[in-house]
Design a protein around this ligand. Structure first.
Ligand code: PMP
Ligand code: GLN
Length: 385
């Protein structure tokens, strides 16, 4: 076995294996119902698979253009205009990426320098802080306010200084299922007006928003769109997280820098899948059903939990539901999630994993992007605890 013998200072000394990989592995080893990692247990569209196959057969098998095929960028621009009323130029303002994770890393690598501060809100998706740190930046974590995981904008104001380069937002929010309101967006506009702060807006759950609410994309607000990288994921939208396809939209001054990193990191993204999605995305019916579809799943899960000792506020967006277990156990969330997987055969994600200092508010996250049968079986076990 080769062994590196010289000294190596890790760029990410605190990074371990992602909690999603850990819990999915534990679920598999224990034959548990896996409501941990966020992915559907139902198939992607057969039509979309057919379109990928056709693209392969018709020879779309070599490198795609660096920013993505034009027809896909055009379809993305049309969708952004249709839904949020902002016109992005497909030529200079949209880049197709290998999933949202890559888009997030690239946006940070393109703009955050050594000792720049990036404000983020905890609990925060696990890739944010390492992406900032790997690029020399400093994550400034602001904890969201219980019980509904809202942002205290006064705290944000106090955290902004001349080193603040970026504010990273995520709505609908993983893992809490909270969403940013019109008032939140107004606060963000007020706080960033006349500054050079860039916003990185993670909107991978844009179509998973419930109870008749509208998704507050940065693209709805011209002054925010002017300073934002908007990141989206086809994996989330089209039930194929394994395809790792997504995109970034930003004003061309920002996108120019984004592409400098993108071209030397990824260069270009899977060609046949781009071709297929470019056709599939043109039909709004392929995403307009999503809020109703996932809201029904949330409701099945929550109704099946009736009578359980877990506490909850119904998820407003994403395909995640937090359950509080204060009434059930004094254990740490990590310990409980692991024990529930081993002993009760239902896997979840301990929310402390989304805080840099592992704050434990006694919540577990459950993914409801699952078949009704899986949700009912999972809830049946949870009711017994
Ligand atoms: N951001 C958030 C908030 C997520 O939950 C996910 C889910 N995986 C991602 C980004 C990454 O998306 P992708 O799989 O397209 O890289
Ligand atoms: N976004 C998914 C989740 O929150 C997992 C993605 C991953 O495993 N990296 O569960």
């Amino acid at each position: 076995m080769p062994t590196y013998k010289a000294r190596l200072d890790s760029k990410l000394p605190h990074a371990g294996t992602s909690i999603f990989a850990v819990m999915s592995k534990l679920a598999l080893e224990n034959g548990a119902i896996n409501l941990s990692q966020g992915y559907p247990d139902f198939p992607t569209s057969p039509r979309l698979i057919e379109l990928v196959h056709k693209a392969m057969i018709t020879g779309h098998n070599q490198y795609a253009p660096m920013p993505g095929i034009f027809s896909l960028r055009e379809a993305i621009a049309e969708k952004l205009d249709r839904l949020y009323g902002t016109q992005y130029d497909p030529d200079t303002e949209i880049t197709v990426t290998a999933g949202a994770t890559q888009a997030i890393f690239t946006a940070i690598a393109a703009t955050v320098r050594k000792d720049d501060e990036v404000i983020l809100f905890a609990p925060a998706y696990d890739s944010y802080a390492p992406s900032i740190e790997a690029n020399g930046g400093i994550p400034v974590e602001i904890e969201m306010e219980l019980p509904s995981f809202t942002i205290d904008w006064q705290k944000v104001k106090q955290s902004i200084n001349e080193r603040t380069r970026m504010i990273l937002i995520n709505t609908p929010h993983n893992p809490t299922g909270s969403v940013l309101s019109d008032q939140d967006m107004q606060q963000l506009r007020d706080l960033t007006a006349n500054s050079s702060i860039i916003i990185l807006s993670d909107e991978v759950y844009e179509h998973m928003i419930y109870d008749g609410q509208k998704h507050n994309s940065v693209a709805r607000y011209p002054d925010l769109a002017d300073r934002s990288f908007l990141v989206a994921s086809f994996g989330k939208t089209f039930h194929n997280t394994g395809w790792k396809m997504g995109y970034c939209a930003a004003p061309h001054e920002l996108m120019k820098e984004f592409r400098k990193i993108h071209q030397f990191n990824v260069f270009s993204v899977n060609h046949p899948m781009q071709k297929a999605i470019s056709i599939y995305l043109k039909d709004p019916e392929n995403y307009e059903y999503l809020p109703g579809f996932f809201e029904a799943k949330r409701n099945v899960f929550l109704e099946a939990l009736e009578g359980s000792r877990f506490s909850f506020i119904p998820s407003k967006g994403t395909y995640f539901q937090l359950l509080g277990y204060q009434e059930i156990s004094d254990e740490g969330d990590m310990e409980l999630a692991s024990r529930m997987t081993r002993e009760h055969k239902v896997a979840s994600i301990p929310v402390s994993a989304f805080y840099q200092n592992k704050t434990d508010n006694k919540f577990l996250r459950f993914c409801f992007a699952k078949s009704e049968e899986t949700l009912l079986r999972g809830a049946e076990i949870l009711r017994t605890l």
